[in-house]
Design a binder for this molecule. Structure first.
Ligand SMILES: Cc1cc2nc3c(=O)[nH]c(=O)nc-3n(C[C@H](O)[C@H](O)[C@H](O)COP(=O)(O)OP(=O)(O)OC[C@H]3O[C@@H](n4cnc5c(N)ncnc54)[C@H](O)[C@@H]3O)c2cc1C
Length: 418
């Protein structure tokens, strides 16, 4: 462990995708960065389906996708068993931009690979240490951890759904129009029939179910991740089994397979109303999280880490990292990406977009690639008519009713861990 007296350029709380990517980009630029992570890796975490825009970041960090853990993902497949409809959006159909495919990954190994890469680039990643608080004192930040106090020039909160600073500052603004809770599990040792049924594309399947949706994510080494999300309160673990019994596809996929632990999480969609300030910024889920239906979380965490470090590195070089407005422009750029997904998720739950676009995308040659680009996480750069349509209205109904509440924070983890 480093001495308490050392002055770091940047101290990061959390070494999930956001924290580890930020540490990597900072180390690449020659800055002295340290990330404190309360867990020891590998550990379970939900969030197993990547988008092509994330692959771009992995390429940039020169992270080799180990085939024991990463499997190629062709795209997203929308499925309604009740009406027998199915539609695939393959990332190869997207507008020019990021790579033409992505990966399904187990986070236990993905997060370890990212943390290892940060270390090999020269950052310190310390496990088993929890960050307790951060205060700005004079020209420094003082970060209190379970292992003592540390000094830095800048602090990044990448604590995910723990949202350290947002909770301490009561700046959590819940998004109440999205899914309320999720229950999920893993299956192991899938049969040959199941592997055949999954198909070569290893698409994520987004299944339409009453009051919500379900995911089927194939993972490496004959594993499967399956979960449901409900937009109603009152989701219970037993409902997962009720759904499996009602789904012919899932029943076939899990037949003869071994089941893992059932886990649950709720109250995860929100934004942080104080995402940056003098000598600090919040990154990844601790800045914002939108309902997981379009698998955008890890991708947005990684892409915004890159964006944030570009701004921060320039400021550290100039000695201007104390500017409370430093992250304004970068945050606005990132927020546009989050808002694109929020607008899409809002329509997913509240309009006919599933019927009109996801099951009947007009084949006019322009909309489908544009939709696929957004589904691939390409929401920051270049013009995209679908993104423009999503953001055209000045109204943001998902931001109604967004006063901060403690009861929302108390319910982060309904049961178990994420
Ligand atoms: C049901 C569900 C399904 C999802 N599915 C997907 C998906 O398919 N694809 C996708 O891209 N995203 C998905 N997500 C979202 C994804 O899980 C997150 O967006 C992503 O993990 C965010 O990365 P992060 O680094 O910001 O936070 P995290 O991955 O949560 O990392 C934060 C890290 O900080 C550590 N930490 C927390 N507090 C402290 C502290 N005080 N001190 C030190 N360390 C601390 C934690 O242990 C953790 O390792 C899903 C989310 C949910 C709820």
């Amino acid at each position: 462990m480093s001495s308490e007296g050392a002055l770091y350029d940047v101290i990061i709380a959390g070494a999930g995708p956001a924290g580890a990517a930020a540490a990597s980009f900072l180390a690449k630029r020659g800055f002295k960065a340290i990330a404190f992570e309360r867990e020891h890796f590998p550990r379970f975490h939900i969030g197993e389906s990547l988008l092509p825009a994330a692959v771009e970041i992995l390429n940039e960090l020169e992270i080799e996708p180990d085939p024991d853990f990463f499997i190629f993902k062709r795209g997203a497949r929308f499925v309604c068993e009740r009406t027998n409809r199915e539609q695939v959006f393959a990332f190869s159909e997207a507008l020019a931009g990021p790579p033409r495919g992505a990966y399904q990954i187990e986070r236990a190994y993905f997060d370890r690979a990212l943390a290892d890469r940060a270390r090999s680039l020269g950052a310190e990643v310390i496990h088993g240490v929890r960050v307790l608080s951060m205060n700005v004192e004079g020209d420094e930040v003082r970060v209190a951890t379970t292992e003592g106090e540390h000094r830095g020039r800048y602090f990044i909160d990448a604590t995910g759904q723990d949202r350290l600073l947002a909770r301490q500052r009561r700046s959590v603004k819940p998004y109440r129009h999205f899914g309320k809770a999720s229950v999920f599990t893993h299956y192991f040792d899938l049969t040959d029939e199941a592997i055949e049924l999954i198909g070569e594309g290893n698409d994520i399947r987004i299944m339409m179910i009453p009051d919500g949706w379900a995911w089927i994510i194939p993972l490496a080494v004959r594993k499967l991740s399956v979960g449901i999300v409900s937009r109603k309160q009152g989701l219970k673990k037993e409902m997962l089994d009720e759904y499996f019994a009602s789904s012919p596809l899932i029943s076939q996929l899990i037949k003869g397979a071994r089941r893992g632990e059932t886990r649950m999480i709720g109250n995860y969609s929100f934004r942080n109303a104080i995402p940056y300030g003098a000598r600090f910024a919040c990154l990844g889920d601790s800045n914002c999280f939108i309902d997981p239906v379009f698998s955008s979380g890890v991708t947005l965490a990684l892409t915004s880490a890159k964006e944030m470090v570009e701004v921060l590195a320039a400021a550290l070089e100039r000695g201007e990292e104390d500017d409370p407005e430093l992250m304004r422009a970068s945050h606005e750029a990132t927020a546009e990406g989050y808002e694109t997904f929020a607008a899409l998720v809002y329509r997913f739950y509240n309009t006919k977009i599933v019927d009109n676009i996801f099951f009947n995308a007009p084949d006019d040659g322009s909309l489908r690639p544009a939709v696929t680009s957004v589904l691939g996480g390409n929401v920051f750069y270049g013009s995209n008519p679908f993104k423009e349509m999503l953001l055209a209205s000045k109204k943001r109904p998902w931001r109604d009713d967004e006063e901060a509440t403690e009861s929302f924070d108390e319910g982060i983890e309904a049961e178990g861990i994420i």
